[in-house]
Design a protein around this ligand. Structure first.
Ligand code: HGY
Ligand code: MN
Ligand code: MN
Length: 421
């Protein structure tokens, strides 16, 4: 049975971990930063050494391609992301990129020929923490986010995605352009679960059934600066108190069942002086639910609750992401389950609480995901950790699933579709 080169795979993980290393086990590798560009460049150098072709689409997603036998077979794709939270873990995203790259190398080492080309996609800006929204690159590629809107997104220093992308691509060497929305026959992403379920059940591989829905908002609460010592309470337009009042009402109106996830992740107060009544607060809401109707209802609730003045302060609510839940393709999830069964690995089918680029790929082609456990379900943290054993086993399941997918989509003549040349 074909298996990956585990030592090479773990060596490559260690090598990419230096880009943005926090020294506390995680990485701080924002999208298109010097560190993420360094990690992208290193991966592309490995790809060039192997003779793989390299492409880039207009939003900076990278495609590493291993050619197939047939000139007109649609590519089969794998992928994930190299950008991280600020700071984030050393496995979220990078695990799936390296597992996919190792699959390309293992097939190359064993001279296994597919009819279809096989591609690894390194998505741009999956995390959405430097530039909003999350899964930006795959959303643009799949056509659910306009390219121009994404290129104009700015970070906290006012740098646009367009400017940062120009600087980053300039450092990656020559890349052949490819269009957005390029067709393919299937997509599988390997990723850490970022939750506790697999570990709690002692399972080392999960077959992902789908991804829950996500809506994200930016709120601005506008009050007025005033003197902390002289301004009586009934004369104040205190944006901070207004924002707290609004967050409490939103939480009260929204958090009514265990499935809903309501997070205020960013909360900025201006002018931020100890002795001035705050004039402006900007905060974000990340709202998730597995049921599309319930998520749509909760989005309405957010809009109604935020439509009134808050302690005499004005409220502006801007929705920046609305991504309904998706189910993965049954044939692809069956291929992953069969690969686990053939390897004698117990597994379970579970939905993803986190969003992933696979969500947008599911709009373009039959897609699926493979999960491996992470310690205590912790992610988006320096403490994120996955064991070498689980990483290697997950990559072998990705390899077996891709080989199976290549056979199923093959137009080849020989009875054993993928053959060693
Ligand atoms: O937000 C998410 O779920 C992903 O980890 N970026
Ligand atoms: Mn991720
Ligand atoms: Mn993440």
């Amino acid at each position: 049975m074909l298996t990956i080169d585990a030592q090479r795979f773990m060596r490559r993980h260690e090598s990419l971990a230096k880009w943005g290393a926090t020294g506390k086990g995680g990485v701080n590798r924002p999208a298109l930063s010097a560190d993420e560009t360094g990690a992208r460049r290193e991966l592309l150098d490995w790809a060039r050494t192997r003779g793989f072709a390299i492409y880039v689409d207009p939003i900076g997603n990278l495609f590493v391609r291993r050619q197939g036998r047939s000139a007109n077979a649609l590519p089969i794709r794998m992928g994930s992301h190299l950008d991280s939270q600020m700071p984030g873990g050393n496995y979220d995203g990078v695990y799936g990129v390296l597992a996919a790259f190792e699959v390309l190398e293992t097939l190359e080492d064993n001279a296994v020929a597919f009819d279809a080309p096989l591609e690894l996609i390194v998505w741009n800006n999956e995390e959405g923490c430097r530039f909003s929204p999350t899964t930006m690159g795959s959303a643009v590629h799949a056509g659910s986010l306009p390219l121009e809107q994404a290129l104009c997104a700015v970070d906290s220093e006012g740098v646009t995605v367009g400017r940062a992308l120009e600087r980053s691509l300039h450092l990656l060497g020559s890349l052949t352009p490819v269009d957005l929305g390029s067709p393919c026959s299937g997509y599988i992403e390997a990723h850490i679960e970022q939750g506790p379920r697999l570990e709690a059940l002692g399972l080392s591989v999960g077959v992902v059934s789908g991804i829950q829905g996500i809506a994200q908002f930016v709120f601005e609460v506008e009050g007025e600066e005033a003197h902390a010592g002289t301004t009586p309470r009934d004369k104040r337009k205190d944006a901070l108190r207004g924002a707290i009042n609004l967050v409490e009402d939103l939480a009260l109106a929204i958090e009514h069942d265990d499935d809903v996830r309501f997070t205020v992740g960013k909360f900025e107060v201006a002018p931020g002086a100890i002795n001035t009544v705050p004039a402006k607060v900007v905060f974000t809401v990340d709202l998730r639910h597995p049921d599309s109707e319930e998520l749509a209802r909760l989005v309405q609730v957010v809009q109604v609750v935020s439509s009134s003045l808050r302690l005499r302060c004005r409220v502006h609510c801007r929705q920046i992401l609305n991504s309904p839940p998706i189910k993965f393709d049954a044939a692809v999830t069956a291929v992953i389950s069969e690969s686990c069964a053939k390897a004698g690995i117990d597994t379970m089918t579970l939905p993803s609480g986190a969003t992933h680029d696979a969500k947008h790929m599911a709009e373009l082609c039959p897609s699926g995901m493979i999960f491996i456990p992470c310690r205590d379900g912790i992610s988006h943290s320096d403490r994120e950790y996955a064991s070498a054993q689980d990483m290697i086993q997950g990559a072998n399941i990705l390899l077996a699933s891709i080989v199976r997918l290549a056979d199923l989509t093959s137009v080849g003549t020989s009875d054993q579709k993928h053959e060693r040349v």
